[in-house]
Write a protein that binds this ligand. Sequence first.
Ligand code: ADP
Ligand code: ZN
Length: 734
Amino acid sequence: MSTARYLRVAVPSPLYRHFDYLPPSGTDPAALTAGVRVRVPFGGRRVVGVLLDTPTHTEVAASKLKRAQGILDDAPLIPADTLALAHWAADYYRHPLGEVMQVLLPTALRQGRAAEARGTEVWGLTHAGRDATAASLRRAPRQAALLAYLQQQTGACEATRLDALDAGWRAPMHALLKRGWVEKRQRVSGTDFDLNMSDAAVTLNPEQRAAVRAISEHTDGFRAWLLNGVTSSGKTEVYLETIAATLRAGRQALVLVPEIGLTPQLLARFRARFGAVAAFHSGLSDSERLTSWLAARDGRARVVIGTRSAVFVPLQRPGIIVVDEEHDASFKQQDGFRYSARDLAVVRARLAGIPVLLGSATPSLESLHNVNQRRYTQLLLPKRAGSAQHPSLRLLDIRSRPLEAGLSDLLLDAMRRHLAADGQILLFLNRRGYAPTVMCHACGAAIECRRCDARMTLHANGRLQCHHCGAQGSLPAHCTHCGAAAFEQFGQGTERIEAALAQLFPQTGVARIDRDSTRRKGALETLLAGVQDGRHRILVGTQMLAKGHDFPNVTLAAILDADQGLFGVDFRAGERMAQLVMQVAGRAGRAERPGEVLIQTHHPEHPLLRHLVREGYASFAAAALAERRLAGLPPCSFMALLRAEAPNAAAPRAFLDAARPLLAAACGADVEVLGPVPAPMERRAGRYRAQLMLLARRRAALQAGLADCLPQLQGLKPARRVRWSLDVDPAETY
Ligand code: ADP
Ligand code: ZN
């Protein structure tokens, strides 16, 4: 007996629902498993969706049901555990499952391409072919020659090699194929995922050994570890050793790193240890991504290392998940499907029943809170590995000091000292361009972006740029306010520092490392090579410089403007600044020579700075957590933001005003609804932005309220005039 069944499909659409279809003619839905791709008609287009279920009942009227056009996979493309993670994420972040699937699948699969890695054709001998003798081919000399050639090779041959041997090789090759002496295979580049592990290059110190032992004693079941180790304490060696144990047990490892953390250096280190490793990053082509994805899913790649979206890469036999630099903001997707890869890594480990290892020199307050709550177990690496010493941190009070392009005389003295002692210097400034403000000298009006509530940044090429919407322009001839023709530049970006350094230290090589100087492919590698070989003695740069790289000869690191971070609008501004200071500090004195870290500030008495400098990050973090508790802010509460934007200033407000009572009613007394308020930078790229903040004492209350309320929000009339989005656990509140 068979009842009619329908196909329930997650379709790429912003709607919070799935869609039911009739099966393609001739297909028995009962034989289909969730996770196969289905091609379906949708809004006049044909799209690729993912099968969720084959229910026997549908709410769609029979006359409206459309027929699916085809099933794209014989077996589920997405394994059940990955589907479960997608469901969990869609639920928690209140995001349409169809769009979650879009993040989960590599582009090639989203477009409906076959789930096979496209490789190069290679020809190799079969057993019979290896034993065959050319003598038996006397009447087929070309086959004999080809056979003899293949017998001399150690592996299979690509077409290009055979072309060089004999342009007409295909006909005799086919004859050999028919005899069963050769076989044709697909070789996928970069996927020789054999397990040629090499031994550890270093002997672990007692703290590292203790960490590895603790983790390996609890591998059968979920457990979350926070590896809290100062920069250069050997965290990566702990990852490597733990992963080696996982691989020996026949399981796979997934390693997540921040967007700019997946350096060639780090990849090389993993590859040196584990042979071929499947990488996932933005530099890959669609085909390469597909290849890595399939290799991970089918268990051929033993180690998978990637940025944010790699958290969704399916694994055949997951054994451990590592999240390096877990505090890094790039783990949170900032638009569309706003998930946190760090948090999903923990969820995924829990669903899979495996350990997850979060590592950082400056753990997020979230993770430290989880340690305090005994949800995570902390492992400490308090000392630098090898012979390197902790650098010393010092505040430079630059009030009333002479400044040269933002460099104080105190800092310049220190720089001369370190250069004379053959050291390298790293200067950190989180602002690219030449000058962040250009002002009319007559009336004082700053040049602003036409589409944003923000000033235009002057770049060294003489162009003005808005760093928020990307708008560009040239310096106007006259002030639009008073008509005067004289402009002044204020403040400094990395380009201006670079120019000042060329004047101050004409004999010394300077490298600037920021988004502008590294835009060209290969530019970053060239700059870094110049740093390694000592051509560049002074490095000036933004965030890109602060993380991941190992500069053994840097002895002085300086933060040019700590005040930027002290008065940020976001409640995490202080935490982010402290993390940045410690990361920059971590670049100094990584080898034998001791490091010095100088922090320029106009606020040397600021409690946050003093805490950090005098007592270190742990003490700072404890104080900051206590403050969050008092203020009722995350991680001591749970937050969600409802954002809205529109070209018209009143529309976002109208939508949020209508949403507010619905949210308040749905969430109940355990959730505070604050706002609506304009976003701190209200107008960006020509759109006005406003937001509502929800703060909850209990996560469940917030989750239940949001689940209830979302369909109602979609139905609100003012919702049609805005673009709105929900951000659960926002990383930024503006
Ligand atoms: P982290 O990841 O904490 O920044 P790394 O693992 O990169 O630290 O280690 C920093 C440096 O110290 C590397 O050059 C590494 O090879 C070295 N190192 C790590 N552990 C040891 C050890 N036990 N003995 C000697 N050198 C070590
Ligand atoms: Zn702008």
